[in-house]
Design a protein around this ligand. Sequence first.
Ligand code: ZN
Length: 255
Amino acid sequence: MQYIFLSHDVDWRAQGPSKEHILARKERFADEYIDSLDKINPYYNFPELMDIENNFGVKSTFFFRTIYENGNYLDYENEISSLLKGGWEIGLHLDPSSVTNLEKIKDEKMKLEKLTKNKILGNRVHYLKTDEGLNKKLHELEFVYDSSIRHSKDKIDENEMGYTKENGIYEFPITWMDAYLFTYMKISENELVSVFEKTLDFSRNLGKDNVLTLIWHDNVLKMKGGRMYSKILEFLTSQDDVEICRGIDLVNRLR
Ligand SMILES: [Zn+2]
């Protein structure tokens, strides 16, 4: 079986970035979104993401930050509540400034637990700026898994898949991430599904059950490239030996 850990990192405050920030990157969007910036924040895609995943019968993990530039994580209260009600998992998207400090990690975890009224078991460091000693601290704080490691920016090989368990924490390296696929790997929309197919074949040829971890940022769904999300799910769910799951489902299986 090829298990796919499906995940989203919520990098931006609920209101999205400033209009200036978006206009400086307007070539990333179809014109219709740029013309309606006063009405629609194109970085906000929770209802669409939930619809797409419901349509394909899959659930994912959303990693939320507690520190947002010019914003407040509490603004996500309604989105988090809808996600939890629908069966999605909420994880912590730890700030890079917290990774070496147990108290800061604890503070972020407690904030998110208070907001979600749930135990937070999974973590991913923002920008993947992790630290060697992090998993030990995560274990001490009763996390069970982390997914913050990518060894290269432009390769998809056996180092970027599977899992390890160290210091009591399952670590899921990142196999695919939207940003790396489109920037460092320069993959076009037309080639995208075949890249997923190639990765799956590579993993199948290793001849064992394997874990492949996918990050699709929630803010990219209306962007060129990012808008291919449903095509990817369509392909992945068409494969008989593929099971798509949340981080915590994988951990429960591996236990
Ligand atoms: Zn991030």
